[in-house]
Design a protein around this ligand. Structure first.
Ligand SMILES: Cc1ncc(COP(=O)(O)O)c(C=O)c1O
Length: 437
């Protein structure tokens, strides 16, 4: 979220057309807030800067970033497809009435049940990740007398500049077929021979939160040379190339999130030029952004519960949420920014560490945050939390998950209810011999 976009009125932080203090009062904290306007603006940018400028292209939203049913609906209304990665996400797409023909199923470890659900439901493309998956899928398609339209996921062997936990396209990645060795060629040959498998093309996704475009462009060049080789050696011409997502967003309010064009234009140039050189038809191109669509559309509101200063070392402001609603800082050191939402006119004279409430020293949301003097009860808004927070949330320490509200000027709808302590006991049983008399 760029600094200019932080809106304040009368000392309060406004987001999505709402005074965040009013939202906190009305819905409680911790609270995920999603701005409908920002979400739609992001979808519109993808349409105008990519889909409308290049023929034969498609954009699918990577649901792993966040998948409440209302968001699935919004994505559909904006004309994007949906990238799914589990039976649970597929179920959510169905529950929201999303046409499965416009979905893509990913995953390096799909179960038989998930593959069956994909074939039964008519998922548009299954992205096959290994030879053993291809064999299983072929068997299932045979049993069901169906055909499976697939892409083969290739790990192009490029090291994108991002954290190793969100790096996916390097040699040695658990995802996709490496270009080293012959497993990709074996899969291509098997797919070509099969009456049940329709090989539509290839897929790559090199990682997440990537800022510069050189790794994406390099991946396009690498895939192209594999495509040219398959055409030369096997006579294979594929119709589709899925270039994944991974387009980064700036978490610093002073920073600027790169435009979608800064990634897709150079990739399209490289693809068109490479296809011309190799005499290949330019395939249909699909992109799969997740974070770029939803991250800046979300904030999380917390109330400070305790202040603690360890003289000369650190001042903690501990809030009523933390790694359970946003595990990314603890998981891979993700950096966030926050504002004191009711003290926007006060000078940031203090340096505080925003700590989560979990019984875990690593539950720190933000280190060294510049803030005005804080005290118990103050409202803090962590910015840029739309992606990989709710979808990665846990119930550690039996912490109920926050509610989520979708806001636009004049409207605020709860789209995910706050969990209750009772919700957390659902499904638990005490064996008869342990029951109290
Ligand atoms: C296959 C695939 N596509 C797309 C994405 C979306 O990535 P991002 O949210 O960084 O755009 C991911 C995320 O890991 C992914 O694994």
């Amino acid at each position: 979220m760029a600094a200019g976009k932080i809106e304040k009125k009368k000392g309060h932080f406004y987001f999505g057309g709402w005074d965040t203090a009013v939202l906190a009062e009305k819905f409680g904290t911790p609270l995920y807030v999603l701005s409908e306007d920002i979400l739609r603006a992001r979808c519109r940018a993808i349409r105008e800067d990519f889909l409308d400028r290049f023929e034969n292209t498609e954009a699918v939203y990577a649901g792993k970033a966040s998948l409440p049913l209302a968001l699935v609906r919004l994505i559909h209304s904006e004309g994007l497809g949906l990238d799914l990665v589990s039976g649970g996400e597929l179920h959510a797409a169905l529950a929201a009435g999303f046409p499965l023909s416009r979905t893509i199923l990913h995953g390096n470890s799909k179960t038989r049940t998930e593959l069956e659900a994909a074939l039964d439901g008519g998922v548009g493309r299954i992205v096959v990740d290994s030879l053993s998956e291809l064999e299983t899928l072929e068997k299932i398609a045979e049993e069901k007398d169906k055909q499976a339209a697939i892409l083969l996921r290739v790990s192009p062997g490029v090291d994108a500049h991002t954290h190793k936990y969100i790096l996916t396209g390097h040699t040695g990645s658990k995802f996709g077929f490496p270009l080293l060795g012959h497993s990709l060629r074996d899969a291509v040959l098997r797919a070509m021979k099969s009456e049940r498998i329709v090989l539509k093309g290839f897929h790559f996704h090199i990682g997440s939160q990537i800022f510069e475009n050189t790794s994406h462009v390099r991946a396009v060049e690498i895939i192209l040379s594999a495509m040219a080789e398959f055409r030369r050696d096997l006579g294979l011409i594929t119709e589709e190339l899925n270039m994944g997502g991974g387009f980064g967003v700036d978490f610093d309010p002073e920073g600027i999130t790169p435009s979608i064009r800064s990634f897709t234009d150079p990739m399209m140039d490289a693809l068109e030029e490479g296809c011309r050189k190799e005499g290949l038809p330019r395939p249909r191109v699909i992109i799969e952004p997740g974070r770029w669509i939803v991250s800046e559309a979300g904030i999380t509101l917390y109330r400070v519960q305790a202040m603690k200063t360890i003289e000369g070392i650190v001042t903690y402001a501990s809030v009523d949420g933390g790694m359970t609603d946003n595990p990314r800082p603890a998981l891979y050191g993700a950096k966030y920014w926050a504002v004191a939402a009711e003290k926007m006119d006060e000078e940031a004279t203090e340096t505080v560490t925003l700590a989560g409430k979990c019984c875990e020293s690593g539950d720190i949301l933000i280190e060294d945050l510049k803030a005005p003097p804080l005290s118990r009860g103050d409202l803090v808004a962590v910015l840029n939390t739309g992606a990989y927070t709710y979808s990665m949330a846990s119930n550690y320490n039996r912490t109920p998950r926050p509610a989520m509200v979708l806001v636009s000027p004049g409207r605020a709808d709860v789209i995910v209810e706050r969990q209750t302590n009772e919700d957390l006991l659902r499904g638990e049983k005490i064996p008869d011999h342990m029951k109290l008399d």
